[in-house]
Design a protein around this ligand. Sequence first.
Ligand SMILES: [Zn+2]
Length: 96
Amino acid sequence: MSNCKKCGAEIIWARRAEKQIDGSVRIVPGARANPIDARRFTDGNLVLDSERGIYRFATGNEQEMAEHGGKRLWKSHFAVCPGADDFRRNGKAQPL
Ligand SMILES: [Zn+2]
């Protein structure tokens, strides 16, 4: 676990992965680590596997289940960081 240099919030560095046709989840080739907010949100859009250090976008179905079932999902820290404008201004933010 690390902390955001801008706001001090706990973040988890993870690489973007995608679900393959065979159901396995693999890192997107060339994906760099992005800061994922350590908190979970009812309106989150990411599924994080902190053990493997990977995340992927939740499917519509997963987001629906998270909203109705109280199962929370994660968000990119860029989406919630109060200092995110600085990230963008410096051009450091990566498209997720
Ligand atoms: Zn932050």
